[in-house]
Design a protein around this ligand. Structure first.
Ligand SMILES: [Zn+2]
Length: 379
């Protein structure tokens, strides 16, 4: 067997790699920035940095595939290979190369969600829902649509393209996040459809204080069974907040915590001004959670950054609950808008690699030192 018979395979594998790269580019995978983990929260928060180990595996294979092809090119171009076993081995490697590149296709978020065979509901915010969860999907769709209108008015340069996916636990996008972690990225807002009150308490770690929660809801004349749907209404706008940031600040906001604070403040503002009853329910849940969940494993912003999307849900909720304290303080500062401040700072300097402390001190100018005080508590 002469090495020239390898060329068709080389051509095919090269095409596969190129195809994989174009999908990767489209889905935004691969531009993950690597920072020194010893510095605080400097990793850019984008979908790719949240795809966790599967993306890293993909990147590893992608690199391996490219270097394999390069090595084979070098081998076949430099020596006359006549040994059939070597040729067979090379062909197997090439086969694997092609197979690993097809992994890229599965990582594309659009194809990943559409592969779940959801039902399509049209609208300003189109919905892709696993049949059976249409009622809540329509409620969330209308909340997102209203919020989208509000923010497009508030930030005139914004035209948010949002799509809602309501998936159940069996059809969840585990390739991106474990079930329980909702997210907003690449135009998608992904929410769970099948969490009832008991599931919700279990997933978010509130089952041990179920009784306290039911009592608090009853005392305030609220139905605890509505907690999941209402809570995901808030989450839906929080995820829309991430999409707004991705559109307005292309390079991203530095640090996981600041990204979450911005998404939370956008949601907070919308619900305070448009649907205060949603906020009342959320705050009640958070109050009970705060009093009863007292032993989080991770508590610092460094730990948040290092374990983002990987820590257990109750711990992640704990971070959000504490962030909402900051959000409350920020929101109380009249006539100052956090996202506008960040955009203003960005006009003067590059912000994507700034650490929490520097970013906090830049924001302190607008917020009378609130950020530095808060950061000192959680660093
Ligand atoms: Zn978020």
């Amino acid at each position: 067997m002469h090495y020239s018979s390898l060329y068709p395979f080389l051509v095919i594998s090269k095409i596969a790699v190129t195809f994989g790269r174009s999908l990767k580019k489209e889905s935004g995978i691969g531009s993950r920035r690597h920072y020194d983990n010893s510095t605080l929260s400097t990793r850019k928060i984008t979908l790719e940095s949240r795809f966790s180990h599967k993306i890293q595996t993909y990147l590893f294979y992608e690199k391996m595939a490219s270097s394999t092809i390069l090595s084979i090119h070098l081998i076949v171009n430099s020596v006359q290979i006549t040994n059939t076993n070597i040729m067979k081995t090379l062909l197997i490697i090439l086969g694997l190369t092609i197979a690993t590149n097809s992994f890229a296709q599965r990582i594309n978020l659009d194809s990943l969600i559409l592969s779940k065979k959801p039902k399509y509901l049209e609208g300003v915010v189109p919905v892709y829902v696993i049949p059976g969860y249409e009622t809540k999907a329509i409620l969330w769709q209308s909340t997102i649509t209203e919020a989208k209108k509000f923010f497009e008015n508030k930030y005139p340069r914004t035209s948010i393209k949002a799509k809602l996916a309501v998936l159940d636990s069996t059809n969840w996008t585990n390739e991106v996040y474990a079930y329980g972690y909702t997210y907003g990225s690449k135009g998608w807002i992904v929410l769970p459809g099948d969490e009832d009150f008991s599931d919700y308490l279990r997933i978010f770690g509130a089952a041990p204080f179920r009784k306290e929660l039911i009592n608090a809801y009853n005392e305030n004349g609220l139905d605890p069974n509505e907690l999941p749907v209402i809570s995901f209404q808030f989450v839906a706008v929080h995820e829309l907040g991430h999409l707004i940031v991705q559109q307005l600040i292309k390079e991203g906001i530095p640090g996981e915590y600041l990204n979450e604070v911005v998404a939370n403040i956008l949601a907070w503002e919308f619900f305070k001004t448009h649907k205060p009853e949603v906020m009342n329910s959320i705050e009640l849940f958070f109050d009970v959670f705060r009093k009863n969940y007292t032993n989080p494993k991770y508590t610092t912003l460094r730990e948040l950054s290092e374990n983002y999307g990987k820590m257990d849900m109750p711990n992640y909720v704990w971070y959000h609950i504490n962030m909402l304290r900051l959000v409350e303080e920020i929101y109380a500062v009249k006539d100052v808008d956090l996202l506008s401040c960040i955009m203003e700072i960005r006009q003067e300097r590059e912000i994507q690699n700034l650490d929490n402390i520097t970013m906090g001190s830049l924001l302190d100018k607008y917020y009378n030192g609130i950020f530095s005080r808060w950061l000192a508590k959680y660093n």
